[in-house]
Ligand binder design. Structure first.
Ligand code: UGA
Ligand code: MN
Length: 385
Protein backbone atom coordinates (compact mmCIF):
# COMPACT_ATOMS: atom_id res chain seq x y z
CA UNK A 1 0.00 0.00 0.00
CA UNK A 2 1.29 3.41 -0.75
CA UNK A 3 1.47 6.06 1.88
CA UNK A 4 -0.74 8.32 -0.19
CA UNK A 5 -3.71 6.06 0.57
CA UNK A 6 -5.49 7.16 -2.57
CA UNK A 7 -7.98 4.38 -3.22
CA UNK A 8 -6.50 0.94 -3.47
CA UNK A 9 -3.04 1.49 -4.79
CA UNK A 10 -1.46 -1.90 -5.09
CA UNK A 11 2.14 -1.86 -4.02
CA UNK A 12 4.35 -4.85 -4.40
CA UNK A 13 7.91 -5.27 -3.31
CA UNK A 14 10.44 -7.40 -5.03
CA UNK A 15 13.69 -7.67 -3.25
CA UNK A 16 16.80 -8.82 -4.97
CA UNK A 17 19.83 -9.69 -2.93
CA UNK A 18 22.87 -9.85 -5.09
CA UNK A 19 26.37 -9.34 -3.78
CA UNK A 20 28.09 -6.28 -5.07
CA UNK A 21 31.31 -7.47 -6.56
CA UNK A 22 34.15 -5.90 -8.35
CA UNK A 23 32.84 -6.34 -11.88
CA UNK A 24 35.90 -5.42 -13.85
CA UNK A 25 39.49 -4.75 -13.24
CA UNK A 26 41.54 -2.21 -15.03
CA UNK A 27 45.03 -3.29 -15.71
CA UNK A 28 47.40 -1.11 -17.54
CA UNK A 29 49.91 -3.21 -19.49
CA UNK A 30 52.67 -1.92 -21.62
CA UNK A 31 53.71 -4.28 -24.36
CA UNK A 32 57.33 -5.34 -23.99
CA UNK A 33 59.67 -3.29 -26.11
CA UNK A 34 60.48 -5.02 -29.36
CA UNK A 35 63.88 -6.58 -29.26
CA UNK A 36 66.40 -5.05 -31.62
CA UNK A 37 66.68 -7.06 -34.77
CA UNK A 38 70.09 -8.34 -35.71
CA UNK A 39 71.89 -5.96 -38.00
CA UNK A 40 73.06 -7.42 -41.25
CA UNK A 41 76.75 -6.87 -41.93
CA UNK A 42 78.34 -7.26 -45.29
CA UNK A 43 80.51 -10.35 -45.74
CA UNK A 44 84.19 -9.64 -45.02
CA UNK A 45 85.44 -10.80 -48.42
CA UNK A 46 83.26 -8.30 -50.31
CA UNK A 47 84.76 -5.42 -48.29
CA UNK A 48 88.23 -6.73 -48.94
CA UNK A 49 87.54 -6.91 -52.68
CA UNK A 50 87.02 -3.11 -52.85
CA UNK A 51 89.85 -2.30 -50.47
CA UNK A 52 91.64 -0.43 -53.22
CA UNK A 53 88.74 2.02 -53.78
CA UNK A 54 88.59 4.68 -50.98
CA UNK A 55 85.33 6.05 -52.33
CA UNK A 56 83.59 2.69 -51.91
CA UNK A 57 85.05 2.43 -48.42
CA UNK A 58 83.78 5.89 -47.48
CA UNK A 59 80.37 5.01 -48.86
CA UNK A 60 80.36 1.84 -46.82
CA UNK A 61 81.27 3.68 -43.61
CA UNK A 62 78.61 6.34 -44.17
CA UNK A 63 76.00 3.69 -44.94
CA UNK A 64 76.98 1.76 -41.81
CA UNK A 65 76.65 4.89 -39.64
CA UNK A 66 73.29 5.73 -41.17
CA UNK A 67 72.11 2.16 -40.68
CA UNK A 68 73.18 2.22 -37.04
CA UNK A 69 71.41 5.52 -36.51
CA UNK A 70 68.23 4.18 -38.08
CA UNK A 71 68.34 1.02 -35.99
CA UNK A 72 68.86 3.01 -32.79
CA UNK A 73 65.74 5.04 -33.49
CA UNK A 74 63.57 2.19 -34.65
CA UNK A 75 64.52 -0.43 -32.08
CA UNK A 76 65.86 1.21 -28.95
CA UNK A 77 67.79 -1.09 -26.67
CA UNK A 78 66.73 -1.42 -23.04
CA UNK A 79 69.12 1.20 -21.79
CA UNK A 80 68.25 3.58 -24.61
CA UNK A 81 64.54 3.08 -23.98
CA UNK A 82 64.72 5.01 -20.73
CA UNK A 83 65.56 8.19 -22.58
CA UNK A 84 63.57 7.42 -25.64
CA UNK A 85 60.77 9.90 -26.20
CA UNK A 86 57.92 8.97 -28.46
CA UNK A 87 55.02 11.45 -28.27
CA UNK A 88 52.40 8.67 -28.37
CA UNK A 89 54.16 6.73 -25.68
CA UNK A 90 54.57 9.84 -23.52
CA UNK A 91 50.84 10.40 -23.69
CA UNK A 92 50.23 6.84 -22.45
CA UNK A 93 52.63 7.36 -19.57
CA UNK A 94 50.86 10.54 -18.51
CA UNK A 95 47.49 8.82 -18.58
CA UNK A 96 48.77 6.02 -16.42
CA UNK A 97 50.26 8.49 -13.96
CA UNK A 98 46.88 10.07 -13.48
CA UNK A 99 45.41 6.86 -12.11
CA UNK A 100 44.86 7.00 -8.39
CA UNK A 101 45.59 3.65 -6.80
CA UNK A 102 43.52 4.55 -3.73
CA UNK A 103 39.83 3.72 -4.07
CA UNK A 104 37.66 6.78 -3.46
CA UNK A 105 35.53 4.80 -1.05
CA UNK A 106 38.13 3.02 1.07
CA UNK A 107 36.68 -0.42 1.66
CA UNK A 108 37.22 -1.00 5.33
CA UNK A 109 35.34 -3.69 7.16
CA UNK A 110 32.01 -3.32 5.37
CA UNK A 111 30.13 -4.17 8.54
CA UNK A 112 31.43 -0.91 10.06
CA UNK A 113 29.97 1.26 7.32
CA UNK A 114 26.43 2.57 7.74
CA UNK A 115 24.09 1.51 4.94
CA UNK A 116 22.95 4.09 2.42
CA UNK A 117 19.42 3.86 1.05
CA UNK A 118 19.01 5.93 -2.11
CA UNK A 119 15.30 6.39 -2.88
CA UNK A 120 14.81 6.80 -6.62
CA UNK A 121 11.50 7.78 -8.21
CA UNK A 122 11.39 6.61 -11.81
CA UNK A 123 8.87 6.30 -14.64
CA UNK A 124 8.70 4.90 -18.17
CA UNK A 125 10.08 7.12 -20.93
CA UNK A 126 12.54 6.64 -23.75
CA UNK A 127 15.59 7.69 -21.70
CA UNK A 128 14.66 5.79 -18.52
CA UNK A 129 16.97 2.81 -18.92
CA UNK A 130 19.83 5.03 -20.10
CA UNK A 131 19.43 7.20 -16.98
CA UNK A 132 19.16 4.19 -14.69
CA UNK A 133 22.24 2.64 -16.28
CA UNK A 134 24.26 5.72 -15.39
CA UNK A 135 22.89 5.67 -11.85
CA UNK A 136 23.37 1.97 -11.24
CA UNK A 137 26.94 1.97 -12.47
CA UNK A 138 27.70 4.84 -10.11
CA UNK A 139 26.12 2.93 -7.24
CA UNK A 140 28.15 -0.20 -8.08
CA UNK A 141 31.23 1.76 -6.99
CA UNK A 142 29.76 2.51 -3.58
CA UNK A 143 29.91 -0.04 -0.74
CA UNK A 144 26.91 -0.83 1.48
CA UNK A 145 24.13 0.41 -0.74
CA UNK A 146 20.53 -0.74 -0.82
CA UNK A 147 18.71 0.96 -3.67
CA UNK A 148 15.00 1.65 -3.23
CA UNK A 149 13.55 2.02 -6.71
CA UNK A 150 10.00 3.39 -6.84
CA UNK A 151 8.20 3.15 -10.12
CA UNK A 152 5.47 5.64 -10.95
CA UNK A 153 3.18 3.05 -12.51
CA UNK A 154 0.24 0.76 -11.75
CA UNK A 155 1.86 -2.18 -13.48
CA UNK A 156 5.52 -3.20 -13.66
CA UNK A 157 7.31 -1.75 -16.66
CA UNK A 158 8.78 -4.53 -18.79
CA UNK A 159 11.96 -2.64 -19.70
CA UNK A 160 12.62 -1.85 -16.04
CA UNK A 161 12.13 -5.54 -15.17
CA UNK A 162 14.69 -6.49 -17.82
CA UNK A 163 17.09 -3.90 -16.40
CA UNK A 164 16.67 -5.18 -12.82
CA UNK A 165 17.20 -8.79 -13.89
CA UNK A 166 20.84 -7.99 -14.68
CA UNK A 167 21.41 -5.47 -11.88
CA UNK A 168 24.34 -6.36 -9.61
CA UNK A 169 23.10 -4.35 -6.63
CA UNK A 170 20.86 -4.88 -3.62
CA UNK A 171 17.56 -3.28 -4.42
CA UNK A 172 13.88 -3.11 -3.55
CA UNK A 173 11.32 -2.25 -6.20
CA UNK A 174 8.05 -0.64 -5.11
CA UNK A 175 5.18 0.34 -7.40
CA UNK A 176 4.18 3.91 -6.51
CA UNK A 177 1.72 5.38 -9.03
CA UNK A 178 1.05 9.10 -8.66
CA UNK A 179 -2.58 9.54 -7.52
CA UNK A 180 -4.84 10.68 -10.35
CA UNK A 181 -5.76 13.97 -8.69
CA UNK A 182 -2.12 15.07 -8.76
CA UNK A 183 -1.50 13.65 -12.22
CA UNK A 184 -4.19 15.99 -13.54
CA UNK A 185 -2.37 19.08 -12.22
CA UNK A 186 -0.42 21.28 -14.57
CA UNK A 187 2.46 21.39 -12.10
CA UNK A 188 2.69 17.87 -10.72
CA UNK A 189 4.46 17.02 -7.46
CA UNK A 190 6.76 14.56 -9.20
CA UNK A 191 8.18 11.64 -7.23
CA UNK A 192 6.31 12.36 -3.97
CA UNK A 193 4.42 9.07 -3.84
CA UNK A 194 7.72 7.37 -4.54
CA UNK A 195 9.70 9.11 -1.81
CA UNK A 196 6.91 8.66 0.75
CA UNK A 197 6.74 4.95 -0.06
CA UNK A 198 10.51 4.73 0.43
CA UNK A 199 10.20 6.47 3.82
CA UNK A 200 7.43 4.04 4.80
CA UNK A 201 9.47 1.01 3.73
CA UNK A 202 12.45 2.19 5.82
CA UNK A 203 10.22 2.93 8.80
CA UNK A 204 8.27 -0.34 8.62
CA UNK A 205 11.46 -2.37 8.43
CA UNK A 206 13.13 -0.15 11.09
CA UNK A 207 16.32 0.26 9.11
CA UNK A 208 19.57 1.80 10.31
CA UNK A 209 21.60 4.01 8.03
CA UNK A 210 21.14 7.05 5.84
CA UNK A 211 18.47 7.84 3.25
CA UNK A 212 18.99 9.96 0.16
CA UNK A 213 16.46 11.17 -2.40
CA UNK A 214 18.26 10.28 -5.59
CA UNK A 215 16.34 11.41 -8.68
CA UNK A 216 16.94 9.18 -11.67
CA UNK A 217 18.30 11.76 -14.13
CA UNK A 218 20.91 13.57 -12.01
CA UNK A 219 24.65 12.94 -12.12
CA UNK A 220 26.30 11.73 -8.92
CA UNK A 221 29.98 11.74 -7.97
CA UNK A 222 30.60 8.71 -5.77
CA UNK A 223 32.20 11.01 -3.18
CA UNK A 224 28.78 12.36 -2.27
CA UNK A 225 27.95 8.99 -0.70
CA UNK A 226 30.96 9.07 1.60
CA UNK A 227 30.02 12.64 2.61
CA UNK A 228 26.55 11.54 3.66
CA UNK A 229 27.41 8.15 5.15
CA UNK A 230 27.92 9.34 8.75
CA UNK A 231 24.95 11.72 8.86
CA UNK A 232 23.58 12.05 12.42
CA UNK A 233 20.42 13.99 11.57
CA UNK A 234 20.47 15.92 8.29
CA UNK A 235 23.53 16.66 6.18
CA UNK A 236 23.67 19.15 3.29
CA UNK A 237 25.95 20.12 0.39
CA UNK A 238 25.82 22.14 -2.85
CA UNK A 239 24.14 20.93 -6.06
CA UNK A 240 25.35 22.04 -9.48
CA UNK A 241 23.16 23.08 -12.43
CA UNK A 242 20.10 23.99 -10.38
CA UNK A 243 18.10 26.80 -12.00
CA UNK A 244 19.76 29.54 -14.02
CA UNK A 245 22.06 30.28 -11.08
CA UNK A 246 24.00 27.09 -11.99
CA UNK A 247 24.47 26.14 -8.35
CA UNK A 248 22.33 25.85 -5.24
CA UNK A 249 24.02 25.90 -1.85
CA UNK A 250 23.74 26.84 1.78
CA UNK A 251 25.72 30.07 2.33
CA UNK A 252 28.30 29.61 5.06
CA UNK A 253 30.63 31.98 6.86
CA UNK A 254 33.05 30.52 9.37
CA UNK A 255 30.94 27.38 9.37
CA UNK A 256 27.72 29.21 10.22
CA UNK A 257 24.67 29.29 7.98
CA UNK A 258 23.94 32.77 6.64
CA UNK A 259 21.22 31.78 4.19
CA UNK A 260 20.65 30.02 0.89
CA UNK A 261 21.93 30.62 -2.60
CA UNK A 262 19.15 29.19 -4.75
CA UNK A 263 17.13 30.28 -7.76
CA UNK A 264 13.86 29.41 -6.03
CA UNK A 265 13.62 31.10 -2.65
CA UNK A 266 9.91 31.70 -2.28
CA UNK A 267 8.50 30.91 1.18
CA UNK A 268 11.16 28.28 1.80
CA UNK A 269 12.82 27.82 5.20
CA UNK A 270 15.23 25.36 3.55
CA UNK A 271 15.89 26.53 -0.01
CA UNK A 272 17.71 23.43 -1.13
CA UNK A 273 17.39 20.97 -4.01
CA UNK A 274 16.29 17.37 -3.50
CA UNK A 275 19.81 16.11 -4.28
CA UNK A 276 21.44 18.40 -1.70
CA UNK A 277 20.68 16.61 1.55
CA UNK A 278 20.53 13.22 3.30
CA UNK A 279 18.82 12.04 6.48
CA UNK A 280 19.70 9.56 9.18
CA UNK A 281 17.02 6.86 8.98
CA UNK A 282 16.71 6.29 12.74
CA UNK A 283 16.44 10.05 13.30
CA UNK A 284 13.61 10.22 10.73
CA UNK A 285 11.86 7.26 12.39
CA UNK A 286 12.18 8.79 15.88
CA UNK A 287 10.74 12.14 14.78
CA UNK A 288 7.77 10.17 13.45
CA UNK A 289 5.16 10.90 10.80
CA UNK A 290 7.69 12.40 8.40
CA UNK A 291 6.29 12.76 4.88
CA UNK A 292 6.93 14.76 1.77
CA UNK A 293 3.98 17.06 0.94
CA UNK A 294 2.34 16.89 -2.48
CA UNK A 295 3.15 20.52 -3.18
CA UNK A 296 5.01 21.38 -6.33
CA UNK A 297 8.17 23.32 -5.49
CA UNK A 298 7.80 22.84 -1.76
CA UNK A 299 8.63 19.12 -1.55
CA UNK A 300 12.11 19.51 -0.05
CA UNK A 301 11.11 22.32 2.30
CA UNK A 302 8.02 20.46 3.49
CA UNK A 303 9.99 17.29 4.16
CA UNK A 304 12.76 19.12 6.06
CA UNK A 305 10.21 21.05 8.11
CA UNK A 306 8.51 17.76 8.97
CA UNK A 307 11.83 16.60 10.43
CA UNK A 308 11.52 19.53 12.90
CA UNK A 309 15.17 20.47 12.60
CA UNK A 310 16.67 23.85 13.35
CA UNK A 311 19.47 25.39 11.31
CA UNK A 312 21.90 24.37 14.07
CA UNK A 313 21.12 20.68 13.47
CA UNK A 314 22.43 20.71 9.91
CA UNK A 315 25.75 18.99 9.18
CA UNK A 316 27.40 20.83 6.27
CA UNK A 317 29.50 18.59 4.05
CA UNK A 318 31.62 18.71 0.90
CA UNK A 319 34.45 20.68 2.50
CA UNK A 320 32.26 23.33 4.08
CA UNK A 321 30.00 23.35 0.98
CA UNK A 322 32.84 24.28 -1.34
CA UNK A 323 32.68 21.19 -3.59
CA UNK A 324 30.06 20.04 -6.10
CA UNK A 325 29.50 16.29 -5.94
CA UNK A 326 26.06 16.16 -7.53
CA UNK A 327 24.64 17.80 -10.65
CA UNK A 328 21.01 18.40 -11.45
CA UNK A 329 21.31 17.24 -15.04
CA UNK A 330 18.23 16.59 -17.18
CA UNK A 331 18.28 14.09 -20.00
CA UNK A 332 16.96 15.34 -23.28
CA UNK A 333 14.92 12.69 -25.07
CA UNK A 334 16.10 13.04 -28.59
CA UNK A 335 14.16 9.91 -29.45
CA UNK A 336 10.44 9.33 -29.15
CA UNK A 337 10.55 5.70 -30.22
CA UNK A 338 9.23 5.48 -33.75
CA UNK A 339 6.95 2.50 -34.43
CA UNK A 340 8.55 2.17 -37.88
CA UNK A 341 10.63 -0.67 -36.44
CA UNK A 342 7.56 -2.91 -36.54
CA UNK A 343 7.41 -2.58 -40.33
CA UNK A 344 7.27 -6.09 -41.86
CA UNK A 345 10.31 -5.21 -43.97
CA UNK A 346 12.40 -6.01 -40.92
CA UNK A 347 10.96 -9.49 -40.28
CA UNK A 348 13.73 -12.02 -39.77
CA UNK A 349 16.32 -9.37 -38.86
CA UNK A 350 17.95 -8.38 -35.57
CA UNK A 351 15.54 -5.43 -35.35
CA UNK A 352 12.86 -7.83 -34.11
CA UNK A 353 14.91 -8.31 -30.93
CA UNK A 354 15.98 -4.67 -30.65
CA UNK A 355 12.34 -3.67 -30.82
CA UNK A 356 11.81 -5.28 -27.40
CA UNK A 357 14.59 -3.14 -25.86
CA UNK A 358 13.16 0.30 -26.61
CA UNK A 359 9.97 2.18 -25.89
CA UNK A 360 7.69 2.65 -28.86
CA UNK A 361 5.25 5.51 -28.96
CA UNK A 362 1.99 4.76 -30.70
CA UNK A 363 1.61 5.25 -34.42
CA UNK A 364 -1.19 7.67 -33.63
CA UNK A 365 1.15 9.93 -31.63
CA UNK A 366 3.49 10.10 -34.55
CA UNK A 367 0.68 10.97 -36.92
CA UNK A 368 -0.40 13.77 -34.60
CA UNK A 369 3.13 15.08 -34.77
CA UNK A 370 2.91 14.74 -38.56
CA UNK A 371 6.48 13.55 -38.93
CA UNK A 372 5.77 9.81 -38.94
CA UNK A 373 4.89 9.65 -42.62
CA UNK A 374 8.01 11.61 -43.50
CA UNK A 375 10.14 9.23 -41.49
CA UNK A 376 8.47 6.21 -43.03
CA UNK A 377 9.31 7.44 -46.52
CA UNK A 378 12.92 8.04 -45.50
CA UNK A 379 13.18 4.59 -43.97
CA UNK A 380 11.71 2.75 -46.97
CA UNK A 381 14.01 4.65 -49.25
CA UNK A 382 17.03 3.45 -47.30
CA UNK A 383 15.75 -0.13 -47.31
CA UNK A 384 15.30 -0.26 -51.07
CA UNK A 385 18.83 0.96 -51.51
C1 UGA B 1 13.05 18.95 -9.80
C2 UGA B 1 13.60 18.49 -8.46
O1 UGA B 1 14.99 18.27 -8.54
C3 UGA B 1 12.92 17.20 -8.07
O2 UGA B 1 13.49 16.69 -6.92
C4 UGA B 1 11.48 17.49 -7.91
O3 UGA B 1 10.79 16.31 -7.57
C5 UGA B 1 10.94 18.00 -9.23
O4 UGA B 1 11.67 19.13 -9.70
C6 UGA B 1 9.50 18.43 -9.14
O5 UGA B 1 9.06 19.16 -10.00
O6 UGA B 1 8.80 18.04 -8.22
P1 UGA B 1 13.12 17.89 -12.25
O7 UGA B 1 14.40 17.57 -12.94
O8 UGA B 1 12.35 19.07 -12.67
O9 UGA B 1 13.41 17.94 -10.69
O10 UGA B 1 12.12 16.66 -12.28
P2 UGA B 1 12.28 15.22 -12.88
O11 UGA B 1 13.68 14.77 -12.87
O12 UGA B 1 11.51 15.15 -14.13
O13 UGA B 1 11.49 14.37 -11.78
C7 UGA B 1 11.97 14.16 -10.48
C8 UGA B 1 11.91 12.67 -10.15
O14 UGA B 1 10.56 12.24 -10.22
C9 UGA B 1 12.71 11.81 -11.13
O15 UGA B 1 13.39 10.81 -10.44
C10 UGA B 1 11.65 11.25 -12.05
O16 UGA B 1 11.99 9.99 -12.55
C11 UGA B 1 10.44 11.18 -11.15
N1 UGA B 1 9.16 11.34 -11.89
C12 UGA B 1 8.98 12.34 -12.76
C13 UGA B 1 8.15 10.42 -11.67
O17 UGA B 1 8.32 9.50 -10.89
N2 UGA B 1 6.98 10.57 -12.37
C14 UGA B 1 6.76 11.57 -13.27
O18 UGA B 1 5.68 11.63 -13.88
C15 UGA B 1 7.80 12.47 -13.47
MN1 MN C 1 15.48 15.78 -12.92
Amino acid sequence: RTRAGQGSVATSALTGAVDTRLMCQHSFQTSPASSPSATKTLPFHSVMKHRSNPLVLLLLVVTAIMLLFAIMHTYPTDSLNQHYVNPDRLQLDLISQRQDPKPVSPVRDLADLPMIYPITPTYGRSAQIADLTRLSQTLMLVPNIHWIICEDSWTPNRLLQLFLKDLKLNFTLILTPMPAKYRRLKKQPKGCTARNAGLKWLTDSNKDGVLYFMDDDNTYDIRVFEEMRWTQRVSMWPVGLVTELAVSSPILKNGHLLGWYDGYMIKRKFAIDMAGFATNVQFMIKVGGVEMPYMHGLEEDGYLRALKIGYGDIEFKADGCTKIYVWHTRTQWSSRGSPMIINSHYDGTNLRKLQSRIMLSSRQNWKINSSYEAWLIKEQFSIHN
